[in-house]
Design a protein around this ligand. Structure first.
Ligand code: ZN
Length: 391
């Protein structure tokens, strides 16, 4: 049984101990300040007598330190150091996670927590649904007020039969212990947790949510940062916002509305262009080249409209060479003339543009990536058709 120094003092990073067991690279100490991880928080790293501790795990009542290739022996008195920058970041992150979730729950009272991840590289909570940015921003503002008010963060043991347990965020069905370790943040949050926390909310300095991402069936991952990392991310985001506002000629405060307006305008312009392309395609007349009737052009039309026009041209005995630059570059070659093998001709031409295509002898389709090549692609198709039919 290892004495867990971090239980009584989360701020002790250097300590003296004794090696009580050794199993290859795994070292057990009499007492340790190395947190083995838990509650979503990853383990500490550091050194034992100057030798690197790369991982710490709990095995039963013991805590084992992975010290690859170590020269330690049972009975050695050793001076140990926990990597304090990493550990403090994880403590800030863990308290930040409690504070953030409590703040989100004020916005969405029946919100459920699915997973927690607190590591130096990434901190996030997975909640059981997507939440709007408005609610997230309200929650972040609330959390930062709590940080400024410097609320105490305390840990206590609570009898699982205590009626007060009803106010605690805990899944009693997942905890067997008679006494439950409860972490409180001022009077705004009570949560069952055996992780390591800071003592006051002001130690978080600042909390920022900088990303939301789908977590598949689990729900939504809400990524956050605390301390200097949060301040740096906020500076970066403020810069992006100012540059974007300047680019669209809006006041930064009105950026969201300006972008929404632009989106609406773009959608209605695109709709107008589609309608125009549709009319052009409907009115497309074939031109006669030798004994071929060719309907051709570059249009801003969706695939269905382009396909309908190609089928119409073919039904009239013609050859359609249609290119759309609407959603990537999409091309159709369709012909009623058996001399034109569409599913050979089109892939051959597309290959020269780095694209691919296929289909039937009388109807083939395909595409290329570069929208600036739409006109050149049409020219190549025309050349290929004209030279294919020539004797
Ligand atoms: Zn926790």
């Amino acid at each position: 049984m290892t004495e867990e120094i971090f239980r009584r003092d989360g701020y002790m990073s250097e300590f003296e101990s004794r090696v009580v067991a050794k199993d290859g690279d795994l070292i057990e100490l009499e007492s340790t300040a190395f947190y083995p991880g838990g509650g979503g928080q990853v383990c500490d790293t550091g050194t034992i007598r100057g030798e690197a501790v790369t991982e710490v795990v709990r095995r039963g009542g013991s805590i084992l330190h992975l010290v690859p290739g170590n020269t330690l022996n049972v009975g050695d008195a050793v001076w140990c150091g926990v990597d304090w920058d990493r550990r403090y970041d994880l403590m800030q992150g863990h308290t930040g996670e409690h504070l953030l979730f409590a703040s989100l729950k004020r916005q969405v009272p029946d919100l459920g927590i699915v997973k927690i991840h607190i590591s130096p590289e990434d901190k996030h909570v997975v909640v059981d649904r997507d939440i709007g940015w408005e609610e997230v921003l309200e929650a972040v503002a609330f959390a930062n007020r709590a940080i400024r008010e410097n609320l105490p963060v305390t840990r206590s043991l609570m009898d699982r039969d205590d009626p007060g347990i009803a106010d605690v965020r805990v899944r009693l069905d997942r905890v067997d212990d008679e006494y439950i370790s409860v972490v409180s943040i001022g009077d705004i949050d009570l949560s069952a947790c055996s992780g390591i926390h800071v003592m006051e909310t002001s130690e978080l300095e600042f909390l920022l949510v900088d990303r939301k991402a789908s977590a598949g069936r689990d729900g939504t991952a809400i990524h956050f940062k605390v301390g200097d990392a949060a301040k740096d991310a906020a500076l970066g985001l403020a810069g992006t916002c100012l540059l974007a506002a300047a680019a669209v000629g809006s006041d930064p405060d009105l950026l969201a509305a300006a972008v929404a307006n632009m989106e609406r305008r773009l959608a209605s312009d695109a709709e107008a262009i589609r309608a125009m392309s549709r009319r052009e395609l409907m009115a497309l007349e074939p031109e006669t080249v030798g004994d071929l009737d060719i309907c051709s052009g570059v249009f801003h039309a969706d695939r269905r409209t382009l396909t309908e026009a190609a089928e119409r041209c073919k039904a009239g005995g013609g050859t359609a060479l249609l290119v759309s630059s609407y959603d990537g570059v999409f091309a159709i070659v369709a012909s009623a003339d058996p001399r034109i093998i569409c599913n050979e001709l089109l892939p051959e031409v597309l290959k020269a543009f780095g694209g691919k295509g296929g289909g039937r002898p009388d109807f083939a389709q395909g595409g290329i990536d570069d929208p600036s090549q739409a006109g050149a692609l049409l020219e190549s198709l025309r050349d290929a058709v004209i030279s294919a039919y020539k004797p």
